[in-house]
Design a protein around this ligand. Structure first.
Ligand code: NAG
Length: 392
């Protein structure tokens, strides 16, 4: 039975914002997390393991890489400046720019049909179709509403898992030959490296490619660090130390519940992103991180629901045992969370500053808790003394 009764003192209802805030967070989070490419769908059940929003020319790359066959299955999506133009995606095995790039170029033929051809780009002059350094199959072009797509399968040399990619768009094709593209900053910076196995890309220009897998991992990290690793300890500090001050009753209780319900909601979102990542990461298992995550989530779920639904009244004879239970489960969840967040840092290997920032937050919270612990003891001891005095 639901009982939000505040012990013997009052039986006010928990104000709705306690639930509205986490709901609000849950509704805005998916919109932050969506990369453009991950919402792009293809016909005929074409699915790819990775996708990148490329940093220039509003272009997108989707791919799966099979290392046993060293085969790269890809889709490149871009919008040429004109419907009569062309789009191109290339690997440059010898250099980083256009010269030397082994290119796939797609355009519409005079009959309106899309075609994809391979070009060995050897200079800045006019180009012509030719063999390229890789075996290419399943070349298909698509056109819809101004947007063009290239699908292809390439067999790469063994162990060529980090590639130099180059992409481009142009506005005209004459006699089935793509004509030169514009030379704006975006056209000149549309290149970078791509790790086919990890999905991480970098670009010579600022910004870099935003990558679906890396972004999901970062979101997973931020949600869990904020939910489990920051909000939840703050909620515990509120409960333990604000309660000492009689004037803070029952405000501390609402703050505590609000903080922990929000922490749980954000942490739940983080936990779900973790499940998603775990499902996608075939072959690589982070057993300890995963098991700790499952354990702490189970304990936290027990904690939140038992606290909301089963908490005995303040005067109940079991209340003391309830408090031991509630405090030890809460403490365990927080310790497991902090451990797992640091394990996560070791997996994700973000820039050092993030680990330092989180460690600083934890140290600051720890210092605050230690100070408040001392203050609480002083207050409690003084109170006992004066209580004794009045007794005498
Ligand atoms: C591409 O062109 C360069 C320069 O002419 C040549 O050395 C290379 O063999 C060509 N590659 C293929 C696959 O034809």
């Amino acid at each position: 039975m639901a009982s939000f009764a505040l012990g013997s003192s009052s039986s006010s209802k928990i104000t709705p914002w306690i639930f509205i805030f986490p709901l609000f967070l849950l509704t805005i989070l998916p919109s932050i997390s969506a990369s453009t490419c991950s919402s792009q769908k293809f016909s005929m059940n074409k699915n790819f393991e990775f996708c990148n929003d490329l940093p220039q020319l509003s272009s997108y790359l989707h791919w799966s890489y099979d290392s046993s066959k060293s085969s790269l299955n890809l889709a490149f999506v871009a919008t040429p400046p004109k419907p009569t133009g062309w789009i191109s995606w290339a690997i440059n095995p010898t250099s980083t720019g256009m010269i030397g790039s082994q290119s796939l170029i797609a355009f519409r033929q005079s009959n309106g049909q899309m075609i994809v051809k391979t070009f060995n780009i050897t200079g800045y002059g006019p180009i012509s179709p030719s063999e390229i350094a890789f075996e290419v199959s399943n070349m298909v072009g698509e056109y819809s509403g101004g947007e063009m797509r290239i699908f292809a399968t390439m067999i790469l040399p063994k162990n060529m898992t980090t590639i130099n990619q180059v992409w481009q768009v142009g506005s005209s094709v004459e006699g089935e030959i793509p004509q030169k593209h514009a030379f704006g900053p975006a056209n000149l910076n549309s290149k970078g490296t791509l790790d086919l196995l990890k999905g991480e890309s970098s670009s010579s220009s600022s910004g870099g490619g935003s990558n679906s897998r890396l972004r999901d991992r970062n979101i997973h990290g931020v949600l869990n660090a904020v939910g489990w690793g920051i909000l939840m300890p703050i909620g515990a500090i509120i409960a333990r130390y604000l309660r000492t001050f009689e004037s803070a009753d029952p405000a501390w209780f609402y703050l505590h519940v609000g903080c922990q319900v929000s922490a749980y909601a954000v942490g739940l979102a983080g936990w779900i992103t973790g499940l998603k990542l775990g499902g996608k990461s075939v072959g690589v298992r982070y057993t300890a991180h995963r098991n700790i995550g499952i354990a702490l989530f189970s304990l936290a779920t027990l904690q939140v629901f038992s606290a909301l639904l089963l908490r005995p009244n303040k005067d109940h004879k079991f209340r003391r045992y309830w408090n031991y239970y509630h405090h030890s489960v809460g403490f365990t969840v927080i310790i497991l969370s902090v451990i797992n967040i640091f394990k996560g840092f070791n997996i994700l290997e973000p820039e050092m500053k993030w680990k330092t920032a989180y460690a600083s937050v934890i140290i600051v919270l720890g210092v605050i808790a230690a100070l408040l612990e001392v203050i609480t003891w002083i207050v409690v001891l003084r109170r006992r003394k004066s209580a004794n005095r009045t007794k005498l």
